[in-house]
Design a protein around this ligand. Sequence first.
Ligand code: TYD
Length: 224
Amino acid sequence: MASGFFITFEGGEGAGKSTQIERLARKMSAKKYDVFVTREPGGSPGAEAVRHVLLSGAAEPFGPKMEALLFAAARSDHVEQVIRPAVERGSIVLCDRFMDSSRVYQGVTGGLDPAFMDALEQVAINGMVPNLTLIFDIDPAEGLRRATARRGINDDPDRFEKETLSIHQRRREAYLAIAAAEPERCVVVDASADPNTVENVVTAAVFAALEARAPAPKRQAAPV
Ligand code: TYD
């Protein structure tokens, strides 16, 4: 079994995840790591087909439960078609959003029953828990300013970005609660710092986690 590694990047809008994923991927590739970058919703042909339905708001009228099920369907396809095979090949997978986005956006601010969300998560990820999750933390007012600047004032925000500041604030708190509850998996990154500082923090967290990972189990020597 090759020792792949699965890293997810989470946080509110405009936190700079994509920029940092690009920088990290470049840095790791230069060090000859086998890096594979992907994102959610999407990342596999089946999940990309569902992406537009979710982000355009086409599923919004049917309620948060419908949206949660669609995110889960997309995630299941992404895990089985792309993430698990890549990790099993020994790649370092960098994924822009994953299960914590559903916990926060559909579970907490969608108001769905935690037991339902847990069950759905287990079906969707089927054991593929990230080895490391970097939670990009930023004041949502600043994050939304950045997201608007990146998108351009003339383009509409997507289904989730368009929500009120107080909803984004609750998402920030929900992410911090996940980090506090699962400190062995999650590292909070201060995303308000300048991009080079954030890059250094991300690099340090990733290399520390890679060094700390359990060595791949050795094969039993064949009897002679
Ligand atoms: P996108 O523009 O792809 O990414 P980002 O905001 O990270 O730059 O938008 C993805 C949106 O979908 C974002 O608003 C978060 C939301 N989302 C959920 O609500 N639940 C999920 O499970 C995932 C993966 C994303």
